[in-house]
Design a binder for this molecule. Structure first.
Ligand code: URA
Length: 249
């Protein structure tokens, strides 16, 4: 990738500012000051801006808008999986999904090869708030359920009784047969949203994860190089998530 494009993907300056920054001798590639914005950078090149590393060598962080009816796995013999949406180049970087979304759930999924980042994202110690947009059928939820969620409810639907951490339920639209709500969790018990909704005698019709910590799902542009709903996170998004995961301490 061209040096100026690589820096511009990080979202830290505009293309014209980047040209000036490079001309001013502020960028080094593998320890050497460069003045040509059009040189090509490889994944394993080290790029410094003002002596700060801005391309971390092998790590890559992707945001996918997971489609419905896709399993959160890199490979599957029978079903369509997340790995089917990644190019051979990305797969060669040994990326994998962070946590999992159910087969029928859509929305924000991070895919990376940064093991420490992935571990912290899924560890109960650092659990970031994750918000789900739920379309459900049944009687519309009320403030009673909002209070139950916020006081930390208990699930009794298996042999094991599970005490949940407090969560935030926001009541949404009432569309006749279907209603919407948002549910923000700081833990990830198996099928947690579906089980909470069904404990209130309602049924999930659609489930979409719309945010993890500071990161919100957005419309990922489609072009010739990006025919699937995937894009790289930019430098400021990665940095912000790492701050929330206390990785910069
Ligand atoms: N809760 C669920 O029930 N399913 C998901 O995919 C994510 C959270």
């Amino acid at each position: 990738m061209r040096l100026d494009k690589m820096i511009s993907n990080l979202g830290i300056a505009t293309r014209s500012e980047i040209k000036k920054i490079i001309r001013a001798g502020r960028v080094k590639v593998n320890g050497v000051v460069v003045s040509d914005a059009s040189i090509h950078i490889k994944d394993d090149d080290t790029v410094l801006l003002d002596d700060e590393e801005i391309q971390s060598k092998n790590y890559i962080y992707l945001l996918m808008d997971k489609p419905v009816n896709v399993i959160t796995a890199m490979e599957d013999k029978r079903l369509q999986c997340v790995g089917d949406f990644l190019s051979p180049e990305l797969k060669a970087k040994k990326v994998s999904p962070v946590g999992r979304l159910d087969y029928h759930t859509t929305g924000l999924l991070i895919i990376t090869n940064d093991g420490e980042f992935s571990h912290r994202m899924t560890s109960p110690k650092y659990h970031l708030p994750k918000t789900y947009l739920v379309t459900y059928s049944g009687n519309r939820l009320t403030n009673k359920q909002v209070e139950e969620a916020s006081s930390g409810m208990t699930l009794h639907d298996t042999d094991e009784v599970i005490k949940l951490k407090p969560s935030v339920l926001e009541l949404g639209e009432d569309n006749g047969d279907y209603h919407t709500c948002k549910l923000t969790l700081t833990e990830g018990k198996t099928h947690q949203v579906r089980r909470m909704i069904s404990s209130w005698n309602c049924e999930v019709i659609e489930l979409r994860r719309i945010s993890i910590g500071s990161l919100f799902i957005d419309d990922i542009p489609e072009d010739d190089n990006n025919i699937y709903p995937i894009r790289e996170l930019d430098f400021s998004e990665i940095n912000q998530l790492k701050l929330e995961l206390k990785m910069n301490d």
